[in-house]
Ligand binder design. Structure first.
Ligand SMILES: Cc1cc2nc3c(=O)[nH]c(=O)nc-3n(C[C@H](O)[C@H](O)[C@H](O)COP(=O)(O)OP(=O)(O)OC[C@H]3O[C@@H](n4cnc5c(N)ncnc54)[C@H](O)[C@@H]3O)c2cc1C
Length: 466
């Protein structure tokens, strides 16, 4: 165990107890970075585990008095380096603040601490016939605090929206240790600026979220109906996505995989997928009973009209889940082929096919494998560049391809990130999307809330002074 050598570390140990402050570099190393293996990260001087808002306040007061940077962290499942440590700083982990404080069926809301795991909340409300929809694929280990700070999405967002759509109120500890309570428990409420949403998606740069009041929905009908369709061209999948939008269908899931992903998944799980297809669509309706069957029948017709080679649907939950496994295995299947740079671009839904074809062209130009998988229903695509990280030339080409994908997304009227966030990985890209005036406003807000730049420095944007 490393000896505590600085005044602020000693103060933190007094506040949180020995087991609340880790300083052994062998242990703290595992809190240094998230899942974005190629994003830059530093070495924390201490990793702290507060148990309450009061302890977070105490940590922030100590940090601000001594000018020590603080990186909030949930489960570390992020994909853009947003919770990566800062050299000599404090990493504040929320996993001990993991209580579901209240589930209110009458007000259809839940109040939770930030370290509650997404699945834990979903399970806690299911007993009351309620549903917390935002469902990142990492739902069984990522935390609500991380979901809020990244405004996370997931598979069923095409129908139910993203994290911000469920935020009623927040408690946030500011950089100087003041506690801000913002938002409400009511369905409506417009008193003052919508500060709660300011913190949603702020990636830990404006405050530490210590409590959240979240809206819930009635649980959807059991027995969803699931559809799979394969197509000889990606343009046809794009046509289906457009037809779904124009016809007013709202499936609870509409996912796409390109040929690279289809083959990688088939190699991994032997799912008997159509290996010659250029693209595969997976859709689900949770409208219940006859309504779900009708929705999937319409979708079947749209797929056939677009020229699908194969369309199959099932209301057998086990078979439906098996079909979705193919989608969920896309990333692990690509990871077997080499190191991966996972991108996250959202384009207008009418440009999905153009985007997939553009990624194919980038793959051909770079001489690297790029698999495209994504939430076609909301235009949020995850092109994944596969390369050999030990090969300097391939590594350089992979980053070039990653940038070319961002460029392509912007050129199609899209955004550099649909759900994974900016972190450090895309910090140099933010201004290109939002422009200088928006950057100025961002910096002014950051300066107003965190004048010394102590909260998660280097994330979202590099230079923070207005
Ligand atoms: C296999 C896999 C699949 C994924 N699928 C999806 C997906 O479908 N959709 C999606 O959107 N994302 C997805 N992600 C990304 C990731 O899981 C989400 O961004 C998630 O919300 C991060 O939660 P976390 O608890 O791990 O946060 P961390 O990674 O620990 O932190 C993320 C950010 O939140 C900040 N933060 C954490 N807690 C707080 C707090 N209490 N107050 C203030 N700031 C805080 C951190 O500073 C950091 O900026 C996936 C990741 C993996 C590994």
């Amino acid at each position: 165990m490393t000896t505590v050598t600085t005044a602020w570390l000693a103060e933190l140990q007094d506040l949180l107890g020995a087991d609340g402050v880790l300083t052994d570099p062998d242990v703290t190393a595992s809190y240094a970075r998230d899942q974005a293996m190629l994003a830059e990260s530093g070495t924390p001087a201490a990793v702290v585990f507060p148990r309450s808002t009061a302890e977070v306040v105490a940590v922030m007061q100590t940090a601000s008095r001594h000018g020590v940077p603080v990186v909030p962290r949930g489960a570390g499942s992020g994909l853009v380096g947003a919770s990566n440590a800062v050299d000599g700083g404090i990493t504040l982990v929320t996993t001990r603040m993991d209580a579901v404080l209240e589930v209110s069926p009458a007000d259809r809301l839940a109040v939770v601490q930030p370290g509650v795991v997404n699945k834990q909340l979903r399970d806690a409300v299911a007993g009351a016939g309620l549903f917390y929809p935002p469902d990142p694929a990492s739902y069984d280990w990522c935390t609500i605090g991380g979901n809020l700070a990244m405004n996370s999405g997931g598979l069923c967002c095409v129908k139910y929206g993203v994290t911000t759509d469920y935020v009623l109120g927040l408690e946030v500890v500011l950089a100087d240790g003041r506690v801000l309570r913002t938002g409400r428990r009511t369905v409506k409420g417009v008193a003052g600026y919508d500060l709660a949403r300011l913190f949603v998606g702020s990636e830990g740069t404006l405050g530490v979220i210590t409590e959240a009041t979240l809206a819930l929905r009635p649980a959807p009908q059991a027995s969803p109906v699931t559809l799979v369709a394969s197509f000889p061209t990606s343009a046809q999948t794009g046509q289906v996505v457009e037809s779904v939008v124009t016809s007013g269908l709202v499936p609870s899931m509409l996912e796409v995989m390109d040929r690279t992903c289809i083959r990688a998944v088939d190699d991994l799980i032997r799912a008997d997928l159509d290996r010659d297809a250029q693209a595969l669509l997976l859709a689900r309706s949770d409208a219940g009973g006859e309504a779900a069957r009708r929705e999937i029948e319409t979708l079947t017709r749209l797929c056939e009209e677009a020229g699908a080679d194969f369309v199959h649907s099932t209301d057998d939950p086990a078979e439906g889940d098996l079909l979705l496994t193919a989608r969920r295995m896309a990333l692990p299947a690509l990871e077997r082929l080499g190191s991966v740079l996972l991108d996250d671009v959202a384009v207008p839904r009418s440009r999905v096919a153009t985007f997939i074809d553009g990624c194919d062209a980038i793959a051909a130009r770079s001489g690297l494998v790029i698999g495209v998988v994504g939430h076609a229903g909301d235009g949020n695509m995850h092109p994944t560049v596969v390369f050999d990280a030990t090969d300097t030339d391939q590594r350089a080409r992979a980053f070039e391809a990653f940038d070319a994908i961002l460029e392509l997304g912007l050129s199609l009227g899209g955004t550099i990130t649909g759900e994974h966030g900016v972190g450090t990985l895309k910090a140099d890209w933010l201004e290109r999307e939002i422009g200088p005036v928006s950057m100025e406003v961002h910096r002014s807000i950051k300066h107003a809330l965190d004048p010394d730049g102590l909260l998660n420095p280097g994330k979202v944007f590099r230079q923070v002074t207005p």
